[in-house]
Write a protein that binds this ligand. Structure first.
Ligand code: IPE
Ligand code: IPE
Ligand code: MG
Length: 243
């Protein structure tokens, strides 16, 4: 297939409602969502997507009831172990992005281990955004830039000129191309403090499908919709045709 997005990101939403529809507790939905994650990874790798990123847990999600937060963390730890063979089999390199300092040390160790074990993967990179928020990312980048300026002043060097490229190099997504397509499930049409800087020119696709029900056919529909879009990046339609 041609014109496959290089970087697809998904806001995996609707687990709680999926469980509620079945008269179950919210964690039942999160557990079911794990299967959608495996299938989405396999499908994206098959399609030739280079980067698949998943919003798994936001900074704001820390404010959910303790039992749900703990359950989600346990699920994450289990996924690090359970999914490793699938990642290795499919040549998928795993990386976690976010404020990991808020996670349990043992979970961080499992994450780092999975990152090391899958570093050989060259077919696709899977980025899981954990304890992440777009504002956190923009702020921590600003702090790094301030630090670089301080060091320059102390060394009696000129402060580095602040360009979009330099700023992006301080973001937690440094070196990763911006998402071409952002998919959000469950009918919500908002960004919920996700990649604010990186989504400047991302195409958005919203579906009512709840995350635990998200399957290949739903993913294919999102990619097809993307392929119908005309990305202009501020230019006129005529300029784009000429390019
Ligand atoms: C998405 O599903 C998963 C996380 C945010 C961790 P939700 O838990 O937000 O499900 P709904 O939106 O309440 O249905
Ligand atoms: C966004 O979903 C975060 C993740 C999918 C991890 P939420 O369900 O937390 O977002 P809001 O609260 O509906 O905006
Ligand atoms: Mg939600």
């Amino acid at each position: 297939m041609s014109n496959v997005p290089k970087h697809i990101t998904i806001i995996m939403d609707g687990n709680g409602r999926w469980a509620k529809q079945r008269g179950m507790e919210r964690l039942f939905g999160h557990r079911a969502g794990k299967e959608s994650v495996s299938q989405a990874c396999e499908y994206a790798a098959e399609m030739g997507v280079e980067y698949l990123s998943l919003f798994a847990f936001s900074e704001e999600n820390w404010n959910r009831p303790e039992a749900e937060v703990n359950g989600l963390m346990r699920l994450m730890a289990k996924a690090m172990v359970d999914e490793k063979p699938t990642l290795l089999k499919n040549g998928i390199r795993f990386r976690a992005i976010g404020d990991l300092s808020r996670l349990d040390a043992s979970l961080v160790e499992d994450i780092r281990q999975t990152e090391r074990d899958t570093a050989v993967g060259t077919r696709m990179t899977l980025l899981v955004f954990l304890s992440y928020s777009g504002k956190w990312d923009v702020l921590q980048a600003a702090e790094k830039y301030a630090q670089a300026c301080t060091e320059a002043v102390l060394a009696q060097q000129p402060v580095p000129a602040l360009t979009p490229e330099l700023y992006a190099s301080y973001l937690s997504t440094a070196g990763i191309p911006d998402p071409d397509l952002m998919i959000r499930t469950s009918g919500e049409q908002r960004i919920s403090n996700y990649m604010l800087w990186q989504c400047a020119y991302t195409e958005f696709y919203f579906t009512d499908v709840l995350w635990p029900d998200f399957r290949r056919a739903d993913f294919a529909k999102a990619i097809e919709a993307f392929q119908q879009r005309k990305r202009r990046f501020g230019l006129t339609g005529e300029q784009i045709i000429e390019k």
